[in-house]
Design a protein around this ligand. Structure first.
Ligand code: SF4
Length: 334
């Protein structure tokens, strides 16, 4: 039980997998009324800019190349169309479950050009780095990368500054790579709890309870409640691989805009293995609440388009496209 005048706590679960665990487990109903959970920008498909989609489609058309990407990127719209709509108009797109499938495809069809749309967070970047390394070592001439990868700490700093979030349930999978220590400067700077938790319902609840306890006590700390897979320093091998091929860059997040230092770009020494894309965010469709959903200002079911004009089979905004998108998770668990 909580005191009737208990102060409100706005806690952000940053990653879509946590949102799914919370919705599927019915965990909201178990929380005291003063705890408000809001979703964050932790779905890579949701934050991929319209400019990136446009740039990839334009390049494919110009070079008569096939685009390879994760399947859930297919429904995300650029300024004019999505990959799926461009495919219907004649472009060749190949959905894959793993970036390594791009290598197999390129080796098997040396006469054809391919572009791997490399989208994701710190979790996927080591895979792209390995793809790049293989292209270089095997001298594969017909596969290049279009890179739009984002990093979480700068995005959390942006949210900490602008959105009045009281505490963060840190992204679990990203934390495996970057480690607990990556959150120490953020916790110190914003004087807020940053807690790493697992994905089982009891692990999520334990993490939320830890954030709430810190807030009630007026303390803040980084706490790792997922130590079976998250270490203090993170995955050093993966981090070294990332650093070998990528360097920090400014990132354009759909619905949010440019966040300084929140992306990774291929290092200049390897730039000819990637295509340059100038990312920009387009104006959202009329009534689309994705920007507010991604920053925790709006719950997905508060968007006026939710479940009516915007549904998984006919999405208006990117948050309804991917299985990790908070609107899609809300819709499927409504
Ligand atoms: Fe965007 Fe659709 Fe979600 Fe509204 S319901 S915020 S338009 S994805």
């Amino acid at each position: 039980m909580s005191a009737p005048d208990a102060p409100r706590m706005k806690i952000m679960e940053v990653c879509g997998t946590h949102t799914a665990a919370i919705l599927r487990g019915g965990l909201r109903a178990l929380l005291p009324p003063e705890v408000r959970l809001v979703s964050g920008p932790g779905c890579p498909v949701c934050v991929t800019s319209a400019g990136f989609i446009d740039g990839v489609i334009e390049w494919a058309r110009r070079e008569d190349a096939a685009i390879i990407s994760f399947g859930d990127l297919f429904g995300v719209r650029g300024t004019h169309c999505s990959f799926a709509e461009a495919r219907a108009a004649g472009c060749e797109f190949i959905p894959v479950y793993s970036p390594f499938e791009a290598l197999k495809t390129a080796r098997a069809n040396p006469q054809k050009s391919y572009l791997l749309a490399a989208v994701g967070f710190e979790t996927t970047v080591p895979l792209y780095a390995l793809v790049l390394e293989t292209i270089i070592q095997e001298k594969i001439p017909n596969l290049r990368l279009a890179v739009s990868v984002k990093t979480m700490p700068a995005a959390l700093a942006f949210l900490g500054e602008t959105e009045g979030i009281d505490g963060f349930l840190c992204p679990g999978h990203v934390s495996v790579i970057i480690g607990k220590d990556a959150y120490l400067p953020l916790s110190e700077r914003f004087k807020k709890p940053f807690v790493i938790g697992g994905f089982e319902p009891d692990e999520v609840l334990t993490a939320i309870r830890e954030i709430a306890a810190q807030l009630r006590q007026g303390v803040y700390a980084v706490k790792n409640l997922y130590p079976s897979v998250v270490s203090d320093a993170g995955n050093l091998r993966a981090k070294a691989l990332i650093a070998r091929y990528f360097e920090p860059a400014d990132g354009v997040w759909r619905g949010i805009g440019m966040i300084p230092g929140s992306a990774l770009a291929v290092r200049p020494a390897y730039a000819h293995y990637a295509i340059p894309i100038t990312e920009a965010d387009d104006a959202p469709p009329e009534g689309c609440g994705c920007a507010a959903v991604l920053t925790g200002r709006l719950s997905p079911d508060e968007c006026p388009l939710f479940g009516g004009l915007c549904r998984p089979e006919d999405p208006v905004g990117a948050c309804m496209v991917s299985n990790e998108g908070s609107c899609r998770i809300y819709y499927e668990n409504r």
